[in-house]
Design a protein around this ligand. Structure first.
Ligand SMILES: NC(=O)c1ccc[n+]([C@@H]2O[C@H](COP(=O)([O-])OP(=O)(O)OC[C@H]3O[C@@H](n4cnc5c(N)ncnc54)[C@H](OP(=O)(O)O)[C@@H]3O)[C@@H](O)[C@H]2O)c1
Length: 285
């Protein structure tokens, strides 16, 4: 199996590099080697490497920054995804693309299914929605995995940021009225590898997230509990008290039944959380 991995230095990209079997030939492409917003770069890398499958883990993921870098967010999350989908389709290559719970507006009272209407509240979510549409329109056999609140010991993420603040005895205020399901990046990586290996999914959209629903405050509180020696205080606040450039959905839990019917279980929060925290504790020793 020949796999082209875009965004190879990101959180999911690093996780995939750990999980892709050693007998597969993988080209881990970072932004310097393969800028997905450059169509000729995309076409050149694909025609010279000739992958069987492309995993698009590249994205513009800074939700607040996207509000001021609208064009760049669209270039990466929409145009980049489109170029990859077109090239994959034209060369008979399978495609696994990754998207987000932030395509939803958060007004639902129940976990979102793949059939629910997307209505993003911010630029990042809008650009990711445009990417999904472009992938589905240009590559009818592509698989899109929507996931949420990604965390791990790799890259930049909420768990790592809060862990460092608490380790440094900082007091923090965290929103308690945004509800979602944290998902361990290596579990997304494992899912993607299993999907490629099993080759049993129909094309289209699938939801994948963690098995515990919580607020960002709950998540921060759990992180604080894991740092035994700290004087920091974690306080829950409402979104209206927290200044941020981007509006975020108040509820973005994903219904993962569709994938579970194929035997792919949700990410186990307790296991992923403990693994991330242990790795961070080891790193800070
Ligand atoms: N993180 C989350 O909480 C979350 C939640 C739901 C869904 N997702 C989705 O999950 C996927 C993986 O996210 P992640 O957490 O791994 O994000 P990440 O850590 O930000 O990784 C994204 C990678 O893409 C790279 N990239 C940016 N622009 C690029 C370009 N033009 N060409 C090639 N590579 C480019 C980034 O490089 P630089 O860092 O050098 O820019 C980075 O290495 C994304 O599709 C994201 O939308 C993430």
């Amino acid at each position: 199996m020949r796999v082209l991995l875009t965004g190879a230095n990101g959180q999911l990209g690093q996780s995939l590099r750990q999980y892709i079997p050693t007998d597969w030939v993988v080209l881990p492409a970072d932004k310097i080697f393969l800028d997905i917003t450059n169509q000729s770069n995309v076409n050149r890398v694909i025609s010279s490497f000739k992958p069987d499958v492309i995993i698009n883990a590249a994205a513009f993921t800074s939700v607040d920054e996207a509000e001021v870098s609208i064009e760049l967010a669209e270039q990466v999350n929409f145009l980049g995804a489109k170029y990859i989908a077109e090239a994959a389709k034209n060369n008979g290559i399978k495609l696994i693309h990754v998207s987000t719970d932030y395509v939803f507006d958060g007004k639902s009272a129940n976990p979102y299914t793949e059939q629910d209407i997307t209505e993003p509240l911010n630029v990042y979510g809008t650009s990711k929605m445009h990417g999904e549409i472009a992938v589905l329109e240009n590559h009818a056999e592509a698989i899109i995995i929507r996931t949420s609140w990604v965390y791990s010991e790799y890259g930049k993420n909420f768990l790592k940021t809060i862990f460092k603040l608490i380790e440094n005895d900082k007091d923090i205020k965290v929103v308690s009225d945004q509800i979602g399901a944290p998902t361990y990046a290596p579990d997304i990586a494992k899912l993607i590898v299993d999907i490629i290996r099993d080759d049993k999914l129909q094309p289209g959209l699938y939801h994948f997230s963690g098995d515990q629903v919580m607020s960002w405050y709950d998540f921060a509180h759990k992180i604080a509990e894991s740092v035994t020696v700290s004087n920091s205080k974690v306080e829950g606040i409402s979104s209206s008290e927290y200044t941020s450039a981007a509006k975020r959905p108040s509820y973005s839990v994903l219904n993962c039944d569709k994938l579970e019917k194929f035997g792919y279980k949700r990410s186990n929060f307790s296991i992923g959380f403990n693994q991330s925290i242990s790795a961070l504790i080891d790193e800070s020793k």
